[in-house]
Design a protein around this ligand. Sequence first.
Ligand code: NAD
Length: 497
Amino acid sequence: MASVTIRGAEKREYHIPLGLFIDNEFSPAANNETVDVENPTTGDLLAKVAAAQPSDVDKAVLSSHAAFKGSWRKTTPEIRRELLHRLGDLIERDGDELASIEAVDAGMLFHGSLALSVRQAVETCRYFGGWADKIQGKSMHIAEGMAYTKREAIGVCAAIVPWNAPLMITMWKLAPAIAAGNTMIIKTPELAPLYGQKLASLVVEAGFPPGVINIICGLGRVAGQALAEHPSVRKLSFTGSTMTGRGILATAARTNLKRVTLELGGKGPSIVFADADLENALFWATFGITVHNGQICAAGSRIYVQDEIYDKFVTEFSKRAREYVAGDPLLDTTTKGPLISALQRERVLEWIEKGREEGLEIVHDAENGSSKVPLSGHFVPNVAFGNVDPSSSLIREEIFGPVASIGRFKTEEEAIALANDSEYGLAASVFTSHVNRAIRVSDAIEAGQVTINMWGIVNANTPFGGIKSSGFGRDLGEEAIEEWTHTKSVKFNLLVQ
Ligand code: NAD
């Protein structure tokens, strides 16, 4: 099967297979269909990866089905735990390679990928490996005698993953699904699928039986759609845009009513009170919208600052948002990589133009008429807008770029009202030194996650997901085990002799 050689950090070379991974083997897609994967830093073609067609999706599902009905459903929790721990160890061992891949095809900073995506992937494997032998039901008394519940595997499951931190998001779904005894098909993002090709080799090395984990790349409207429609897929977890999520839910309703988890977009508020530790708030608020160029569902893209410190905050924020070195994400010295694609760059630049036309720009990087971002590749500068009207689409819609909208508020009530005035409800941050205020405001905020005096922290043992149009269901934490199992009640009639 074809492979590609990529050059990672410190010019190390890595060979990556390019086929569909089904039954622990790589194979070409039907009609040898491929998808072009480019390096967003240069715009050059990196690889042609096999692109699954509906018949390939069928093959993957048949393989997962055979594995589930065969020996996998009888596998002991201890074996599942060992396999997940081994996979975590291998991801850790090959962390440099995986981070290089995410730098080269997803534009993540190499060190950012190591610290976030790779580390999270390892921890998630270990955390859910630990769950495999702790998945329990309850017992209860009933009039007829007694009953107990069991949490059982669902069967053939699937995940559709986006391109931002794809390794981490894959493991959020894969690890609990496998711990719970399901078989799993991963549809990797067509814009950044190479991590999945590498992960497939580690799945074999860890010792997973064929068909337990199948990994296929493919276009969303072809392979993703075929998975969403497939009658033998019983659960589908999706992370991606709200628009695609709506379509997937409708498809599941129209076909076999498969269970669906939706992790969708966001427009996260960061609320900075005058009593906050300003240095700390500035660090996290700047990080929350500039890290990975704001291409993060939980990005703190709406920043609300209390009147008394607004001017000082904006001056300092502007200074920090301009301090970056844009370039090759593989280099230690780079602090800003490219956006994922030319299309994404075009979209973000349109948003920036809109804000400029409205005269709202307060952070820009043009000094002496020249920009600090490279002219080739999909780079955009960090930008912030001030005094954005709450009705403006700039503050209502997800931009998925390094574009902050900064507003001001007078009172706590006003801050809460502004934060909740959004169709999204994924993540929010509150900066304050008063614990009572922190609790009051976090209680009042409509979001699946609120961080106090920090932004965007994810932990394997803490559930993550949204409310409102940010979706439903949870990755991570004990809740994830519930997402990947169903409950069976068993009842005994003890009145019969
Ligand atoms: P996207 O919806 O375009 O694509 C996500 C995945 O869905 C890709 O694998 C794609 O191939 C697939 N897909 C596309 N169309 C499909 C279809 N018709 N049927 C089935 N699958 C289809 O999103 P994206 O641009 O890759 O990712 C960015 C979006 O993801 C943003 O909105 C962001 O907020 C969201 N996101 C959410 C989270 C979260 O945890 N809530 C995390 C990361 C990203």
